[in-house]
Design a protein around this ligand. Structure first.
Ligand code: FES
Length: 180
């Protein structure tokens, strides 16, 4: 076929094989990029826009908690992302204030979220980061914390204590618990 056949018959320039293959490659590359990129973006950013799951967590039999004592109980945070690993472990402080009546405090200080310690002798919670101090009922005794320790809602089911989880980060806790 003469080289200028297409031009003479008003059909424009023929597409070269190289150009055609390049366009096919770009097209397939784009499709592959979409197939891989959309799930990856969803995996990375999904937890940021998804509401954290809240649920009742089991803290153990009521008989594990002595009246008037404050005890640390650890559990896996159900709102953590799948790749959180060790950081998905969190804790609460549990106090039995009267028979079958419990205060369950989030372990995080309400200032900047450091885990607070219970000082049994002084009967106070102490934050090691900036010296925040809380009374045994969670109210602020001293230091920079702007409000009381956050309290979890509690219930007893079949003789076991349960607490309703509070999603992290702690800056959002006040949306869920109004015990300032
Ligand atoms: S984080 Fe607890 S006092 Fe600052």
């Amino acid at each position: 076929m003469p080289k200028d056949f297409f031009r003479l018959h008003g059909l424009g320039e023929p597409r070269s094989r190289r150009r055609f293959l390049a366009q096919v490659s770009f097209g397939l590359g784009g499709v592959m990029g979409l197939m891989l990129g959309v799930p990856l973006i969803g995996y990375l950013f999904g937890p940021l826009i998804k509401r954290s799951p809240q649920q009742w967590i089991d803290l153990g039999p009521v008989s594990d908690f002595a009246l008037g004592q404050t005890k640390l109980v650890s559990f896996t945070d159900p709102s953590s992302v799948p790749w959180a690993g060790q950081t998905s472990q969190t804790s609460v402080w549990v106090r039995q204030t009267a028979p079958n009546a419990f205060d369950v405090f989030a372990v995080n200080c309400t200032h900047l979220g450091c885990p607070v310690n219970w000082l049994d002798g002084a009967r106070l919670f102490e934050c090691p980061c900036h010296g925040g101090i809380y009374y045994s009922d969670g109210t602020v005794a001293a230091g920079p914390p702007p409000r009381s320790l956050f309290k979890h809602e509690t219930r007893i089911v079949d003789g076991r204590l349960q607490a309703f989880t509070i999603p992290l980060p702690t800056s959002q806790l006040s949306e869920y618990v109004g015990n300032a």
